[in-house]
Design a protein around this ligand. Sequence first.
Ligand SMILES: Nc1ncnc2c1ncn2[C@@H]1O[C@H](COP(=O)(O)OP(=O)(O)OP(=O)(O)O)[C@@H](O)[C@H]1O
Ligand SMILES: [Mg+2]
Length: 381
Amino acid sequence: MSGDMTTIRFDAPKATDGQADATQQAQAVQQAQQQASAPVATPTTSTPTNTNVQLGRGLDVGTANLLSATQEDGEIVVKRERNAFLEIPAEFAGNRDMLTKLNVPFVSFRDHLYVLGDASFNLANMFGKEVRRPMSDGFLSPQEQDAIPMMKFIVERLLGAPKVAGEPVYFCIPAPSIDKENDTVYHEGIVSGILKKLGFTPHSMNEAHAVVYSELADQGFTGIGVSCGGGMFNVCVAYKTIPAVKFSVARGGDWIDQHVSKVMGISRTRATAIKEGDVNLMAPRNREEEAVVLYYRNLISYVLQNLKQRFQLARDVPQFTEPVEVVVAGGTSLVGGFVEVFAEELQKIDFPLQVAGVRRAEDALSSVTRGCLIAAALNES
Ligand SMILES: Nc1ncnc2c1ncn2[C@@H]1O[C@H](COP(=O)(O)OP(=O)(O)OP(=O)(O)O)[C@@H](O)[C@H]1O
Ligand SMILES: [Mg+2]
């Protein structure tokens, strides 16, 4: 993983007088944002909360990872599990004892034993198997018959019991994809159903909008949030918190892995390992890394071309008087050189909005779940 905190600036530092006339909505979100994130950023100056545990949770329902965020003792606590599971082969006698000894989370479901989350990855290697995944390309996978119960188990592990009956959970859903027919209504309904069964009150919000909530407070929640995930890229252009354009493409980290694996004749797992290693998109060191760069560039350019088109076609788009900031988040944005390549590709197209700069969210993996938590704090306070 690259830890570089590169920000690419396109212009002279952007004037921020847009904040002065921010709408009440923007101010309210700002307050919620401060309430939800100040304790982490500035622990000594945070306003103490009158209860130890704040009601309301954030939940990022992703193809690769599920993350929860909660506010406890004035701090944001983020938990993550891979959205994956593995059935323990029946021939391994005494599985329960072994799993208990290894401290591996498992559930018994319809007379079969399943290992959940990160542990399923480790055990998959041990057993020489592939993990199974409840979601693909951002949505519940129609090919996976056990998707719903397994996701319920993992979500339960992350959230535990509600602090009060019907505690609100704000969870993210992708925007409809421009390149794949997918059913947001079904997906949203199923995740809502899981949360209700666990005793929570579900509220859905757009994934990239959550990035705007968590990362663009200083810009009055005006700008472009991009969540670069395993299954998709989600984009939201917001003006003072209100989404003006939002869409997704059904390509993400998995798409890169799949293509690199194919053209290089290597396994998917190997392709993922190379991509998640210390690749720098600006300085590939061998043919495999060059393939990673090629697909990354292609994907970023594809997203930006579509953003341009969507923006041009959108009706009632507000007047952006100042150059806007672009923030990228999600696991796929973690590769070294991502921000630089994104900025380069952006400058290649005649983008209809003036862009002040491109930066990566400080904690790219938890950006969406933190944004969901802010939405919960905003709406439930
Ligand atoms: N250091 C890294 N470098 C490059 N890619 C990474 C790195 N760490 C994780 N990834 C990739 O990030 C992706 C997962 O990101 P993330 O958790 O944001 O996705 P998700 O939210 O679960 O998926 P989606 O939003 O598409 O449904 C995977 O494709 C993974 O390979
Ligand atoms: Mg995601």
